[in-house]
Write a protein that binds this ligand. Structure first.
Ligand code: URA
Length: 436
């Protein structure tokens, strides 16, 4: 294959055939195509884009570069949820066991935190003993026995994506809609799912900060899924302020368990239930949204969802006693409060800035391979719209030392705007997209 010709054609606005894309991706995954040629091709795609056929063919080639789970032998509808990433987004920890308790089989391959956004694997691994590095056999066994399994991407799952993503990261080619869509969908389709609910974030703390971009990404991902015979729907949700009250790995585990016990802030409940409704509809466990909501609320109020979480933790080597004793989770040595300087209403909390300050504390990673601090993070005592008195605690910083906490407090204060009047606040669910 003449790689030079593929680069030139894309540079000149031409189209690539599925067989050409398959050869390019397989060649790169096996080391036959050098980084410099793949980088040039990615940059050509960044500027020229790809049509729907090319994007689907690229996705398929990336998916087929490694193992593809065959879950056809696992009884029940297999439906996953994927979020494009945000700050304080612990929805997967709540929704995966909740949907499983409603009869959906949830095979979930998740990611780690990178940049300002958090990662499900880092949150789960703050539970003592919890293993996310499962073999395909363990992954399948959990699905059969617990109805939910949560693991990380292995060496053998979409190796082309791992290599291409690392290259995009250093060549300024990450934020291209077809490349993001192919990267996400190749991993999700390799899970062996029947259906997928996408949570595409928009707002300051999101990958796609502007709504039209978020809609476009959602439509492209839905189109790929549908072309490959999977049912895919998308919900666009706001990421202007962190989701829920906590940002940080162990802190978000506590908030998730509390949510499963029915104690959750309104925004977290709204997003989780909206996505849960779509999962139950795709899995045909409910015929209408209202019916789906009733099933979800019943699984919460009867304790079935919490029980499913306990079983998931146990099946993956974790200590299920954390559900009743948060003292078993890592805790920060230093806690520092950031207080309101004047009375008023919280008008905004900049999610991006909170995420970046979290990286400084060790909540997330500046680059792949960095270690996270499972105990570090923030607990927001007041959310957007809340009234706060002068001297009232806005946010609690959890850190390894007082000095580390002190290093972020001033900027954290600046990220929270308190004004005299209450802001107009809408819901977090911006749009539901059902067809490509
Ligand atoms: N997440 C992914 O998995 N891939 C991208 O390209 C962007 C976000």
């Amino acid at each position: 294959m003449n790689i030079y010709e593929l680069i030139r054609r894309k540079r000149d606005r031409g189209r690539l055939a599925p067989a050409e894309l398959a050869e390019l991706v397989a060649g790169y995954a096996r080391g036959r195509v050098p980084d410099y040629q793949m980088a040039a091709w990615l940059m050509a795609v960044f500027f020229r884009g790809m049509n729907a056929d090319e994007t689907a063919a690229l996705t398929e080639a990336m998916m087929k570069s490694g193992d593809v789970f065959d879950l056809s032998g696992v009884a029940g509808p297999k439906v996953d949820k994927h979020s494009t990433g945000g700050v304080g987004d612990k929805v997967s920890l709540i929704l995966a066991p909740l949907a499983a308790a409603c009869g959906v089989v949830v095979p979930m391959v998740s990611g780690r935190s990178l940049g300002h956004t958090g990662g499900t694997l880092d949150k789960l691994e703050s539970i003592p003993g919890f293993r996310t590095g499962l073999s395909p056999e363990e992954f399948r066994r959990n699905l059969e026995q617990v109805g939910v399994s949560m693991m990380g991407q292995t060496e053998r799952l979409c190796p082309a994506d791992r290599k291409m993503y690392a290259l995009r990261d250093v060549t300024a080619t990450v934020d291209s809609v077809p490349l993001i869509a192919a990267s996400i969908m190749s991993k999700k389709l390799a899970e062996g799912i029947d259906g997928l609910v996408l949570d595409v974030k928009t707002g300051t703390g999101a990958f796609m900060s502007r709504l039209p971009q978020a809609r476009r990404l959602a439509r492209v991902m839905m189109g790929i899924g549908n072309r490959m015979g999977r049912k895919v729907v998308a919900v666009i949700t706001g990421m202007w302020e962190p989701l829920g009250r906590s940002v940080g790995n162990a802190l978000e585990v506590v908030e998730s368990i509390e949510a499963l016990k029915g104690n959750w802030p309104m925004d977290l409940e709204e997003v989780t239930l909206a996505l849960g409704e779509e999962m139950l509809l795709l899995a045909e466990r409910a015929g209408t949204r209202a019916q789906a909501r009733r099933l979800l609320l019943r699984a919460l109020s009867t304790g079935a969802a919490l029980d499913r979480f306990r079983r998931l933790v146990k099946a993956q080597g974790g200590d299920p006693a954390v559900v009743d004793d948060y003292g078993l989770l890592p805790a920060a040595r230093a806690r520092v409060e950031v207080k309101a300087q004047a009375a008023g209403h919280v008008r905004s909390i900049d999610a991006l800035q909170v995420g970046l300050l979290g990286v400084e504390l060790g909540v997330g990673r500046a680059k792949l391979g960095d270690r996270v601090d499972p105990a570090a993070g923030f607990v927001f005592r007041h959310k957007v719209g809340d009234r706060v008195e002068a001297g009232g605690v806005l946010v609690e910083v959890h850190a390894r030392s007082r000095a580390r906490a002190a290093a972020v407090t001033e900027r954290l204060q600046q990220a929270i705007v308190v004004g005299r009047t209450a802001p107009r606040t809408g819901g977090r669910v911006v749009a539901r997209l059902a067809r490509p």
